[in-house]
Ligand binder design. Structure first.
Ligand code: ASP
Ligand code: MG
Length: 474
């Protein structure tokens, strides 16, 4: 008997049809004799709607947040009416949904009186998305003869108080899961747990960051010692490229944790970047599968890098990023400039995606998301004010019409000539490379090109990845 943690994303619980698929998937797994823990996202679009409701509340738009609450009620009720016959349990569920949404309105009222929403209140408000969906999914499962019950993850996942991007306190979380969740499984209950949310030790809701339900899935898989984590989503698996950029994109049968980590970091939205960490340590395999095409085996994510001759496995890209360049002849050999720049960037609240410095030390550059670029530039100019006044630093420049492209593949480790192949392909296509970075994990090469070259570069590099897939299937 295996213990399987299954996480279902927003589209997988986003409609009556999707939820029926979820039930069938769990039924099948149970018939095979597995013990299943289900972790769910909010119905697709609900988290965004909840965030919008708080913003409207903060600006005093009472009609705005009330109508969002009403829309949410209708959306959940519609699914309930479609999937649960009129009986006592339907009534009970409808009352529960109504009561959660009433609480949501009360929060919005409080926010509108205060005229502002703190991150703590935002987390409390968005928690309703998953708390609603988990109850609906569990109730529909019970209709399907599964012994399911909904639980708020706040009961199990204890986190620090970094609202909107909280980190689990592992020991506390492990204890709660061992003492409170494991016994449920042993009683034959299928817990349907909210993804995305946790709670501080002193009892306030937190969230793990947007898209954080994947991370929740991994937390439960790790703390339950699951034999497998399955991330059920709306695509067949991890793809070799973004199918919107290249229709030849294919599903990878296998990818390693470190490769998928690079992919997630560099823009492929298959897995939340933090997902890998808890299951990696325990060596738990993870599979990405399609709720709408459950026959497809999906992509297996495992410990080992490939030993095949595959070099580049996948190509990914990040748009909406800006390149900041700090340059000046006077920087040569002056220690600390990069350090102070990055510290100033961090203090401005921006995350650095990629860094590159030329060995002449006359400039270095790094990327942040577009919305942060101006703020970061000002922060750096303040930090380096003296050096700028002394002309040791000439300028801090922003270039925003660029994209980061990353080629990923563990097979490139220690193999000479991979970077050569990548840049030859770009050269052959007359694509200018603005900056380059390779992590020391040697599992990816990232570089920056002008946005106009995005599609051409991805398609050209994807040729290399497709060769690799063919070798794989031989
Ligand atoms: N519902 C949350 C979000 O939309 C978490 C998740 O779905 O992973 O960000
Ligand atoms: Mg997601």
């Amino acid at each position: 008997m295996s213990v399987i943690t299954m996480k279902f994303g927003g589209t997988s619980v986003g409609s009556a049809e999707a939820i029926s698929n979820v039930v069938a998937i769990v039924q099948e797994s149970q018939q095979r004799g597995d013990e299943v823990i289900v972790v769910v996202s909010a119905m697709s679009g609900v988290t965004d709607a909840l965030l919008k409701s708080v913003r409207l509340a903060a600006s005093g738009d009472r009609w705005g947040y009330l109508s969002i609450s009403q829309e949410l009620r209708e959306r959940h009720e519609e699914v309930i009416h479609q999937l649960i016959p009129p009986n006592g349990s339907r009534e009970k569920l409808l009352a529960e949904i109504a009561s959660l949404l009433d609480q949501h309105v009360e929060f919005c009222q409080a926010v509108s009186i205060l005229g502002e929403a703190t991150p703590r209140i935002m987390d409390a408000v968005v928690s309703y998305g998953e708390r609603l969906s988990s109850r609906v999914v569990a109730a529909v499962m019970r209709e399907g003869q599964l012994n399911a019950a909904a639980y708020d993850a706040s009961q199990f996942v204890i986190t620090d108080d970094k609202y909107q991007s909280a980190t689990p306190l592992w020991e506390e979380t492990q204890q709660r899961i061992s003492h409170q969740l494991v016994p449920l499984l042993r009683q034959g209950i299928i817990p349907v747990v909210t993804g995305f949310i946790g709670m501080t030790l002193d009892g306030h809701f937190t969230t793990l960051g947007r898209g954080g339900s994947d991370f929740s899935g991994a937390i439960f898989a790790a703390c339950m010692n699951s034999d497998e984590l399955i991330i059920w989503t709306d695509v067949d698996g991890v793809m070799t490229a973004d199918p919107r950029l290249d229709r030849r994109a294919r599903v990878l049968p296998y990818i390693s944790y470190s490769e998928v980590g690079e992919l997630a970091f560099y823009g492929a939205k298959v897995l939340h970047p933090k997902t890998v960490q808890p299951i990696l340590e325990k060596g738990i395999p993870c599979r990405v599968r399609n709720t709408f095409n459950p026959q497809h085996p999906g992509t297996l994510i495992g410990q080992n890098g490939e030993t095949t001759s595959t070099v580049i496995k996948a190509v990914t890209s990040i748009r909406n990023v800006s390149l900041l360049t700090v340059s000046g002849r006077g920087m040569l050999g002056v220690p600390g400039i990069a350090g102070r720049t990055f510290l100033a960037t961090a203090k401005a609240g921006a995350n650095i995606l990629m860094i590159s410095q030329s060995s002449s030390e006359q400039s270095f550059c790094f990327t942040v998301t577009d919305d942060m670029a101006d703020r970061v530039k000002t922060a750096i100019e303040n930090e380096l004010g003296e050096e700028i006044a002394r002309r040791n630093i000439d300028r801090v420049e922003i270039q925003s019409d660029i994209v980061i492209i990353t080629t990923v593949g563990a097979g490139m480790r220690g193999i000479p000539g991979v970077a050569g192949r990548v840049f030859t392909v770009l050269g052959n296509n007359q694509i200018n490379v603005v900056a380059i970075a390779q992590g020391s994990s040697e599992c990816s090469i990232s570089f920056i090109v002008d946005e106009v070259n995005l599609e051409c570069a991805v398609v050209a590099l994807h040729d290399l990845a497709l060769e690799a897939v063919e070798e794989d299937t031989r």
